[in-house]
Design a protein around this ligand. Sequence first.
Ligand code: GRF
Length: 225
Amino acid sequence: MPLRVAILASGSGSNAQRLFDLNRAGTLNIDPVLLICNRPGARALERAAQAGVPFLMLDHTKEADRERYDRSLVAALKDARAELIVMAGYMRLVTPFFLNSFPGQVINIHPALLPSFPGVRGAAEALEYGVRLAGCTVHFVDEIMDHGPVIIQAAVPVNPDDDLAALQTRIHALEHRIYPQAVQWVAEKRVHVEGRRVRVLPAAARRAVMPDGSWLVWPPLEEPF
Ligand code: GRF
């Protein structure tokens, strides 16, 4: 049975789209049971509708506090029998109640090489700082923002004439490869957390895709990601 995956989004939802597309193509093997978005009118909702994935808009401004909101969220996710919660551009901190409801089952993608540049301006702060390598990180979610154990990271060079849009485009392109790869590893039950360290068990028949020299992903992506 494919892993039952729910997605939390707040905005454009291009990472969610990528998961839907690769799943339809058979590259990923998941059951996308629900997409929840906290912002009315967000593009992510449209994308779920078009992909035929059940979706729900839970407006956080309608709930009295964070915990109440998370209780509605957890109820919907439990109803959908979600086994993995994928945060894809979900711009809210979750409560301990939420995390305790899905222990070790929540992952996030962040547009920087953690632990550098956590927070909502990750890529912008990396550019302003003047780093030569920017990137993105897929990690488990814990109670501290952008902090849990790291599953996979990708590094991209920062060019001297990059503006934020150019850098974000480069980072996004790699997000669209490493996030589905990480989800597939979890779906194959190959991801093991040992304290802060994550081990991805090897798959006998899978060939690693080597980087082209202008970026680095570790652990290596496996074909066809
Ligand atoms: C991505 O850059 C991701 O790293 C961050 O939010 C953005 C979401 O993009 N957490 P999208 O909504 O998937 O297009």
